[in-house]
Write a protein that binds this ligand. Structure first.
Ligand code: AMP
Length: 292
């Protein structure tokens, strides 16, 4: 595995590779590091689908709000490098903030409407930061395919819309959420939970599963489904819910009656850690999509 810290060196390397093999396909996995099996599943898929895998480690300051956890975001670059080496990554890009943002950086990319709801409503500007850094990484790396996790379902939808709207010739592949054995979606931020907290956090997937069960039994009234989810969360008073919402998988508009697959998404706080998760709700007889 080769590691690059600058855009110029990475561009040169990938440019010479492409010249020597015009047919070579590049799969790209953007991450903020502190890797876990969720990230590694994206790398596995990228390796299966492509000749060459590029991953990036960059904690992107522009997607964190002023009072958020940018400085406390977990980092362990040495361990991440080992994991990437073991997981078949060919090139790892580890820029620092000054490499990605000049002091007079002024340009941000906004995907309207989709960025204003769910996490975007509670984290204003967050998705502009995400889309902007991904736009930059796509331009530098020019992959054929990019691999994203359903864990961040809204982010995946937004990035898919952004590549379509701005004519990036990059296929977005969304991979299923990888979970702990108790159902908790793997996340770098889980590190901040105590062991009791990790146990309690299993209610998140249990509550989402209550909704899936209701839908399986034929309930299509979304208010009723959300009541069931809220009730499940009430059994763990240490958790406070920021949102529990059911929205259309394409345009993220609120859904009142389940007619086609919809995204059931939640954000909660536990031990001051913000955790998000989601599932696709689909009436029996559908294609059981795991991803948006
Ligand atoms: P992050 O490092 O949190 O920015 O995540 C980098 C990529 O990994 C994003 O596309 C995430 O959606 C994806 N990801 C994070 N956690 C998981 C998980 N538990 N399962 C699958 N993908 C994940």
């Amino acid at each position: 595995m080769e590691i690059f810290y600058t855009k110029t060196a990475l561009r040169q390397h990938l440019g010479s590779l492409k010249k020597s093999d015009m047919e070579m396909s590049i799969g790209f996995v953007p991450t903020m590091g502190y890797l876990h099996p969720g990230h590694l599943s994206l790398m596995d898929r990228a390796r299966n689908d492509n000749d060459f895998v590029v991953a990036s480690l960059f904690v992107n300051p522009s997607q964190f709000g002023e009072n958020e956890d940018f400085s406390q975001y977990p980092r362990n670059i040495k361990r991440d490098i080992e994991l990437c080496t073991q997981n078949g990554v060919d090139v790892l890009f580890i820029p620092d903030s000054s490499e990605m943002y000049l002091p007079d950086h002024l340009t941000y990319v906004t995907v309207r409407e989709l960025s204003d709801v769910l996490c975007g409503h509670h984290r204003p500007g967050h998705f502009d930061g995400v889309v902007t850094i991904v736009a930059k990484l796509f331009n530098i790396i020019q992959p054929n395919k990019a691999y994203l996790g359903q864990k961040d379902g809204q982010q995946a939808l937004i990035l898919r819309r952004f590549t379509r709207d701005l004519d990036f010739d990059i296929e977005i592949i969304i991979c299923p959420t990888v979970r702990e054995s108790n159902g908790l979606a793997m996340s770098s931020r889980n590190k901040y939970l105590s062991s009791d907290g990790r146990d309690r956090a299993s209610i998140i997937f249990q509550a989402l599963s209550v909704a899936a069960d209701q839908v399986y039994q034929g309930v299509t009234d979304v208010n009723r489904i959300l009541e069931g989810v809220t009730k499940a969360f009430a059994s763990v008073p240490e958790i406070s819910c920021q949102y529990i919402e059911c929205r259309d998988c394409d345009n993220l508009q609120p859904v009142e009656t389940l007619e086609k697959p919809a995204l059931l998404a939640v954000a909660v706080f536990l031990e001051s850690v913000r955790l998000i998760d989601n599932i696709i709700l689909e009436r029996p007889g559908g294609n059981s999509n795991e991803t948006v």
